[in-house]
Design a protein around this ligand. Structure first.
Ligand SMILES: NC(=O)c1ccc[n+]([C@@H]2O[C@H](COP(=O)([O-])OP(=O)(O)OC[C@H]3O[C@@H](n4cnc5c(N)ncnc54)[C@H](OP(=O)(O)O)[C@@H]3O)[C@@H](O)[C@H]2O)c1
Length: 319
């Protein structure tokens, strides 16, 4: 194994001792792990927060994670390679990276050093700040996989993006435009200028207007809200249209009964796609809006904000 001689022996983590509320998030000091085999150790520069972090914390995926507490949350990170296992050939010490961990039990990236066993990672392009890079992976990959893999969006199609001011939505608006679509977006009024600047052709204030009656039929809906918004979205689709939803697995029978399709996108770490998205950020085709950058020790505050369901863009923690 190669390792950085200057590495401190301990690291800071933010962990939970059980499933529950944001108040459970607590700082702790742990030994820095040693990567073995194909593992990497990344010294973390920034951590991207996703709603799934709060859902994991609340116990929604308890069956998959087990009860092996304490658990360190977090999937998205940027940083530099600090040590590598003896089978690693693709990465060198000091490489600047961004990445997203697979849903690993126990060892997430709410920490100053993350042991990477299984992740999609890309080199952080020159000129892309660490905070921007950390905010990209899950939201960017979800938007891309929803638009390209699930819906196969192409030029001239009409795409409705719900929650267009959110982490996934603000990237989906830009990527749908990039794919040549006409983009209709939903957001509350305070976010309308923001969403228009991202490239939406039309913005609906969902708090004041029923989108079902306000818009002409669309080919694709990207749904970051779910529930009754998903149900109503099926009714604004052209025959054969598709609603790609994110929060919950939909009942396919509801869509079939209306002659449309309803599918869940379940984001998959994909290195090639992550490299492509990072390149788009580097050359200005895609803008990641980092709304807040706060210390890792204040992760609970960010969880509470994300759990309101009304945060804008992305939130980032600094270890
Ligand atoms: N299945 C997967 O693989 C996957 C991947 C990523 C995310 N997700 C899930 O997808 C959802 C969206 O993720 P995200 O990161 O984009 O969330 P987010 O950043 O928390 O989304 C917040 C945004 O939602 C908007 N919003 C809330 N209620 C709305 C409504 N009724 N109509 C339109 N907009 C509304 C808010 O806009 P206003 O403030 O203007 O109201 C806010 O800007 C979350 O549930 C997340 O867990 C799933």
């Amino acid at each position: 194994m190669n390792s950085s001689a200057a590495s401190p022996a301990t690291m800071t983590v933010v962990e939970i001792p059980s499933w529950g509320g944001a108040e459970l998030l607590r700082s702790a000091t742990r030994p820095i792990p040693t990567p073995r085999g194909r593992q990497l150790l990344v010294e973390v520069d920034a951590i991207g927060v996703n709603p799934v972090d709060a859902k994991v914390r609340a116990g929604r995926y308890a069956a998959a994670f087990g009860e092996d507490f304490p658990i360190v949350l977090g999937r998205d990170f940027s940083g530099r390679i600090a040590a590598v296992g003896d089978q690693v050939t693709a990465w060198r010490l000091g490489d600047e990276v961004l990445g997203t961990l697979r849903m690993e039990p126990r060892l997430g990236c709410y920490c100053s050093h993350v042991l990477v066993t299984d992740a999609a990672m890309a080199r952080r392009p020159a000129g892309v700040p660490a905070t921007t890079a950390a905010a990209l992976p899950v939201a960017g990959l979800t938007a891309w996989q929803a638009l390209v893999e699930c819906a196969m969006v192409g030029p001239g199609q009409r795409v409705l993006v719900h929650a267009a001011a959110g982490g996934v939505g603000h990237l989906a608006v830009q990527l749908a435009r990039y794919l040549g679509a006409e983009v209709i977006a939903t957001a509350s009024a305070r976010n309308h200028d923001f969403v228009r600047e991202l490239g939406a052709h039309e913005v609906i204030d969902y708090t004041a207007v029923d989108f079902e009656t306000a818009i002409d039929p669309v080919d694709v809906v990207i749904d970051g809200v779910g529930g009754e918004v998903y149900d109503r979205s099926l009714r604004v689709l052209v025959p054969g249209g598709i609603c790609v939803t994110m929060p919950d697995r939909p009942d396919p029978a509801k869509a079939e009964a209306l002659g449309v399709r309803g599918v869940l996108v379940f984001v998959r770490p994909d290195q090639v796609q992550l490299e492509g998205l990072a390149a788009m950020v580097a050359d200005g085709r895609l803008t990641v809006h980092v709304d807040r950058v706060v210390p890792l020790a204040d992760a609970a505050e960010v969880h509470r904000e994300v759990e309101t369901g009304h945060s804008r863009g992305k939130q980032v923690l600094l270890p």
